[in-house]
Design a binder for this molecule. Structure first.
Ligand SMILES: [Cu+2]
Length: 306
C-alpha cells in the first residue's frame, strides 16, 4: 500500500514539475521576436513646458499625486480663509473707521476654535501621510530584486534572481541619438533596465563611489544611492512602456549624464530578454558600441574651460 502511495506522490510531483516547465515554455513561446517592442507602445517622458507631475506609472506615484493634491487643497483653504479674514479686519477695523479700538484680550470660544480646528486639520493630513510612508516602506515579498549601483557616471544593474546578469547602463551621447529609434536626448541609454509588468520589484540601491540619487518621478521612487550601505525601494508597473528617471544627487561633473531608462514589458518578453541579456550583457566581458561614454562630457567641459 505504502509503495502505491509513494508511486502516486512521485507521479503527481512529476506532473507538477512538467506543468511548470510547460508553463515557462509557453510563456517564452508568447514572447515577441523583439522582447522590448512592447515598451515602445507607451512612452512616459517629460514634455516641453510640462509643469505638473508626470502621468503616474505605478500605484505609489498615484498615491503621491493624490496626497499632494489633498494637502494642497487643505492648504489653499487655510490660506484663502486667513487671507479673507485679514482683508476684512484691515478694512473693517482700520483707525479711520474704528477710532476707539476694543480692549478685549480673551474670548474662550475663539481660542477653543483656533486650537481645535488646526488640530483636526493636522489629524486629517497626518493619517494618509503616515499610511503612505508605510506603504512606500513595505518592500516585502517582491517577485524579484535588482541591485542598483550608482557610479560616476553610469548605473549598474544586477538582477539577483538571474545569475550572471549584471550590466552597466550609459547615457547615449548627444551626437549618437537617433530619434527615429525613439531615443530621447539626455534620457535614452545604451542598456535600459528591463522589468516585467504586473509584478512587485524591489530595488537595493547603493553606490560605488559618491552619493547618487535613484529618482524615477513617474513611478514615485526617489532614494539616495549611498556608498557602503543599501537603501531599498520598490515599484509595481501595471502598464508596458518606457519610463525615465535621472540621478538627482549632484555627483560630479557628468551628473547630468546618468539617466535611468526602464523598459517595462510583459513577463514572457522579460523572460526572453533575460536569456538574451545573460549572454550579451555580462559586466566587464561585453563592451557594446555605446557603453563607454565620451571620456569627458563635451557640454560640461565647454563650460569648465570657458
Ligand atoms: Cu549621480
Amino acid at each position: 500500500m505504502k509503495r502505491v502511495i509513494w508511486a502516486l506522490v512521485a507521479v503527481l510531483a512529476g506532473l507538477c514539475v512538467g506543468a511548470h516547465l510547460a508553463c515557462a515554455q509557453a510563456a517564452l513561446a508568447q514572447a515577441s521576436p523583439d522582447p522590448l517592442a512592447a515598451a515602445s507602445q507607451y512612452v512616459n517622458a517629460p514634455k516641453p513646458w510640462q509643469w505638473w507631475f508626470p502621468e503616474a506609472g505605478s500605484p505609489m506615484q498615484e498615491r503621491i499625486d493624490w496626497l499632494m493634491q489633498y494637502v494642497l487643497w487643505i492648504m489653499a483653504g487655510v490660506v484663502g480663509f486667513v487671507g479673507v479674514l485679514m482683508a476684512y479686519v484691515c478694512v473693517r477695523y482700520r483707525a479711520k473707521r474704528n477710532p476707539t479700538p476694543s480692549h478685549l484680550t480673551h474670548n474662550t470660544l475663539i481660542e477653543v476654535i483656533w486650537l481645535v480646528v488646526p488640530t483636526i486639520l493636522l489629524a486629517v493630513i497626518i493619517v494618509p501621510s503616515i499610511s503612505l510612508i508605510y506603504y512606500e516602506a513595505d518592500d516585502s515579498n517582491p517577485y524579484m530584486t535588482v541591485t542598483v549601483t550608482g557610479h560616476q557616471w553610469y548605473w549598474e544593474y544586477n538582477y539577483q534572481s538571474v545569475p550572471g546578469l549584471d550590466y552597466t547602463s550609459y547615457m547615449i551621447p548627444d551626437d549618437k541619438i537617433d530619434p527615429s529609434q525613439g531615443q530621447i536626448r539626455r534620457l535614452s541609454v545604451d542598456h535600459p533596465l528591463v522589468l516585467p509588468i504586473g509584478e512587485k520589484i524591489k530595488f537595493d540601491i547603493t553606490s560605488g563611489d559618491v552619493l547618487h540619487g535613484f529618482y524615477l518621478p513617474s513611478l514615485g521612487v526617489q532614494r539616495y544611492a549611498i556608498p557602503g550601505t543599501i537603501v531599498t525601494s520598490w515599484t509595481y508597473i501595471p502598464k508596458a512602456g518606457t519610463y525615465y528617471g535621472q540621478c538627482n544627487q549632484i555627483c560630479g561633473i557628468n551628473h547630468d549624464a546618468m539617466p535611468i531608462e526602464i523598459k517595462a514589458v510583459p513577463m514572457a518578453d522579460y523572460l526572453a530578454w533575460t536569456k538574451m541579456a545573460v549572454q550579451n550583457y555580462t559586466l566587464n566581458s561585453f563592451v557594446p558600441p555605446l557603453s563607454s561614454p565620451p571620456a569627458v562630457n563635451e557640454y560640461a567641459d565647454v563650460s569648465v574651460t570657458k
